[in-house]
Structures are given as C-alpha cells and as structure tokens.
Ligand binder design. Structure first.
Ligand code: SF4
Ligand code: SF4
Length: 286
C-alpha cells in the first residue's frame, strides 16, 4: 500500500480475544510481504507483546504539563481554583493546592493567574515502547499504575504510526473516551465479540459507537459456536457483516495460555487470517 491504512480492533468488553485477532492479523499481513505495524493502545493492560515477543528498540517517557505554583508571586486571589473544572487546583486559606493526578493539562489556570505565579512542570504518565517483531513494526503504550490520562497516552502511541502500510490498532475494551481516542481516524474497525448474552449486549454498544464515529466496520465472532446464533441473528437484523469467525477450539485456548500465536501453533488457521485481510482490502480496492 502506498499510503497508510488503519484497521482498529475493538470490542465492547474485555476478554473477547481482541488481541488474538490483532496480533495474528498483523503477523499474517507481514508474512504476505506487506509493511505492517501493530500498535497496542490498550495502555492500561497491553498484552500484544506476550504473543509478538518484540525486540524493543527505544522507550520514551510520556509527560503532561501540570501547574507549579510559585508562592512568592501568588497573591491568594483564588482565580485558579475557581476556574479549574476538575478540582485539580483548589485554594485553601488563600493558598492554591495542586492535585497533579486530577489535572487535565488544559493550561487555563496558568492563563488566568494575574501574577504569573503558575508555571508548567512535566509529570510522567507512562511510556511508549517502539520495536519490531518478525517483520511487524511494534508500538505499545504503558500507563503508569493509577494514572487516569489514558487518552493522552494513546494519542502518543498513535503519533508513532507509519506513513505507508497497514496499521493494526489494538484498542482498549469498552466504549468510553480511551476507545474513541484509539479508534478515531481509522479506516476500518473490526468489532470482536463472542456468542454470549453479555457479548451481544456489549457488541450493540460498540456498534453504536462506531456508527457515531462513521467508520466502516464488520464483526468478528471469537469462540464461535454453531449452537449459539444470537450474534448472527442480531447482525442479520441490523445488516452488519460478520467477516470472520474463529471456532471455539480447545487447541486455540491452549496456544493462547502459553503465549503462542494461532498461526504458528495451528498453521491451518493462517489461510483464514489471510482471507480476513483480503476481504478487508477488497472493500477499499473494489
Ligand atoms: S491546567 Fe487545567 S486542569 Fe490542570 S489544574 Fe490548571 S485549570 Fe485545572
Ligand atoms: S490565580 Fe495565581 S495569584 Fe491567584 S491564587 Fe492562583 S496562583 Fe495565586
């Protein structure tokens, strides 16, 4: 591909096999001879590295700007505390107190301070690792434990996107801000689900999210069971394509439990992942 093409792999809930699909698809594309990058944007719990086993070439610290008050200059006016919508700076007895963890780095308090008492200082929120694994360019974010700035770190992971080739984005589970940050700007979304009532409920939420973002999408059923057709029925009613089904197979679960790729442990599945990529490509090449 001359330009980049981003496929986000998302799911309405955790544990549906999102990373299994994302890593196996990335490796399959590499083995087809195409340039491909895997970006693990599930920054609170990145686990694609367990399967891809990348060599990490560099790690960057990611910081955000938070206020640093110079009490020599502060006149205790309270304007900073009154402005902050997140209670990240609070004036107590005419003295501003900063709660770094709550700060959204909007810069408002620095602008409103009449005496120039507030400067910006850097606070580390996590790390971005860059490397490669068997022909797949690799990137992942790691949020520091207890930090809440997930979207900021995801944005930083995505800033390392390649400019030509296929980018596989492993999104966080759910449908909240971090997922939207991971998925937005993608060309196509695969919504991974499983044939259970919970899977169906969360799939409906995820479908609502991608429709809102106006990104083309299709559904992948993991642990597919011929006796459980609730996902198939929903997709038929809603005119949603089921583009891929991975069967409920004990050997796949065994490979997963020891950190093995399906296409390595069970090579018969490789042609299915090749078919999945070809189907997605055809949607855009006609
Ligand atoms: S930078 Fe914005 S979010 Fe942070 S303390 Fe100042 S006003 Fe609040
Ligand atoms: S706005 Fe500036 S001067 Fe006023 S309380 Fe805050 S830090 Fe102090």
């Amino acid at each position: 591909m001359a330009e980049s093409f981003a496929i986000a792999i998302a799911s309405g809930k955790g544990g549906t096999g999102k990373t299994t699909i994302a890593t196996n698809l990335a490796c399959t594309i590499a083995q087809m001879g195409e340039k491909v990058q895997y970006l693990d944007c599930d920054v609170e719990e990145p686990n694609g590295h367990i399967f891809l086993k990348p060599d990490i070439e560099k790690t960057d610290s990611v910081t955000i700007g938070v206020p640093d008050v110079d009490f020599e200059l502060c006149n205790g006016c309270g304007k900073c505390g009154a402005l902050c919508q997140y209670s990240a700076i609070v004036c107590l007895q005419d003295k501003p107190l900063v709660f770094d963890q709550l700060c959204h780095s909007c810069g408002g308090c620095m602008l409103i301070c009449p005496t120039g008492a507030i400067k910006e200082k850097a606070r580390e929120i996590g790390f971005v690792d860059i490397g490669s694994a068997n022909g797949v360019k690799f990137g992942q974010g790691r949020l520091k434990i207890g930090d809440i700035h997930t979207p900021s770190l995801i944005k930083q992971v995505k800033s390392n996107s390649i400019e030509d080739g296929v980018i596989i984005i492993d999104a966080p589970p759910g449908t909240s801000c971090p997922v939207i940050q991971a998925v937005k700007g993608s060309d196509f979304v695969l919504l991974v689900t499983e044939p259970t009532p919970f899977g169906l409920n969360d799939l409906k939420l995820a479908v609502g999210m991608v429709k809102e973002l106006q990104i083309p999408f299709a559904v992948v059923i993991n642990r597919s069971d011929p006796n459980q057709k609730m996902i198939n029925e929903y997709c038929r009613e809603e005119n949603i394509q089921i583009i891929f089904e991975l069967p409920d197979d004990r050997r796949i679960a065994e490979a997963y439990s020891v950190g093995k790729m399906i296409i390595d442990a069970l090579p018969d599945h490789k042609k299915e992942f090749t078919g999945l990529y070809e189907k997605i490509s055809r949607k855009f090449t006609g």
